[in-house]
Design a protein around this ligand. Sequence first.
Ligand SMILES: [Zn+2]
Length: 108
Amino acid sequence: MTINISDDGQTTVKTDAVRLMLEKQLQERVDILVELSPRALPTVDPIAYQTAASHRRLVEQITAALNRLDAGTYGRCTGCGREIPAARLEVLPHAAACIECQSHADAA
Ligand SMILES: [Zn+2]
């Protein structure tokens, strides 16, 4: 299955491939989290704690991307609603926003 994320019909995203990749990444992050969790406490192992926190954020972002795939809104910026360039999705399949909106969010 492919979805067309562009009005001009030029850009298609292979959602099955994206889903597989996202699910694989999600599983990897969850595995790491499970491994880290016994010592991922600020007082026990601050580095493991921070690593776990960043993995947890990624798990949330990947889960959200999978939800957008289900909802059919994958590939659209959650900020401005415009298409996220395919090149960006290739590098960052769970990207929720275009570079412009993301840079605003990062600056905030
Ligand atoms: Zn945007």
